[in-house]
Design a protein around this ligand. Structure first.
Ligand code: HPA
Length: 234
């Protein structure tokens, strides 16, 4: 047990999927894992462990934003020895050719200031995905004929953004989408020698203002979960 995760040591698998929403952890565990069991409910941040194609997998909510994800990722890595950590979540589209429901596979994650900013000081560290996971995710997305994009994303600190000029710069520099967690996950994985990736579904669009209807969410999010699981065990 850790401060924020009530699971026993052996209850957490070496491969962990991290949705922001604890109820999405429940949904993904119930729909994709065999024999999922609840292993954490501290603060309602649900975590489940089961198997996928015979491989043990934990799906643990991370909460919203990098400070929250940082707590769960740190404890999963340091106390439970998680080796492969894949964020699954939603994001806002930032390019004209990125559509609602498309899957983004994040090669890099730009940030204004993750919780790790304190370590890097004047350095601008470039958080990037694990190459093996990225390559395997792309291969599976291709095989599934999913509509997907691979490239840089923006891990913002704010959802209600008072600095639209920053988004404009991101769009100008080809960033595919915005979310709030991946940069810190990639940085922690780099620091501790673990594998990390973020596979995201575009749920809304910053340019067109479109949003994914609630009834379409499950099908769209399902593609992302499948790509993440296939990448982990490729
Ligand atoms: N901004 C930040 N995070 C998000 C968004 C957004 O527009 N959509 C989904 N996650």
């Amino acid at each position: 047990m850790t401060i924020h995760i009530g699971a026993e040591k052996g209850d957490i698998a070496p491969t962990v999927l991290l949705p922001g929403d604890p109820y999405r952890a429940k949904w993904a565990a119930e729909n994709f894992l065999t024999a999922p069991r609840l292993v954490n409910e501290v603060r309602g941040m649900l975590g489940y462990t089961g198997t996928w194609n015979g491989h043990p997998v934990t799906i643990q909510g991370s909460g919203m934003g990098m400070p929250s994800l940082s707590i769960y990722a740190n404890e999963l890595i340091r106390d439970y020895d998680a080796q492969t950590l894949i964020r699954i979540g939603s994001c806002g589209g930032m390019q004209e050719n990125v559509g609602i429901r498309d899957v983004l596979i994040a090669m890099t994650a730009t940030t204004f200031g993750s919780p790790s900013k304190g370590i890097f000081r004047e350095l601008n560290f470039a958080p990037c995905a694990d190459w093996e996971l990225l390559e395997a995710a792309v291969a599976h997305a291709r095989k599934k004929q999913a509509t997907f994009h691979v490239g840089g994303i923006y891990s913002s600190d704010v959802f209600y953004d008072e600095r639209p000029d920053l988004n404009e710069q991101m769009i100008r520099h080809g960033i595919l989408g915005v979310e709030m967690e991946a940069a810190e996950l990639y940085t922690l994985a780099a620091r501790h020698g673990r594998r990390a990736l973020a596979v995201l579904t575009v749920s809304d669009h910053l340019i067109t203002g479109e949003a994914l209807p609630a009834e379409d969410r499950e099908q769209s999010f399902g593609d992302m979960v499948e790509i993440a699981l296939s990448a982990a065990f490729a």
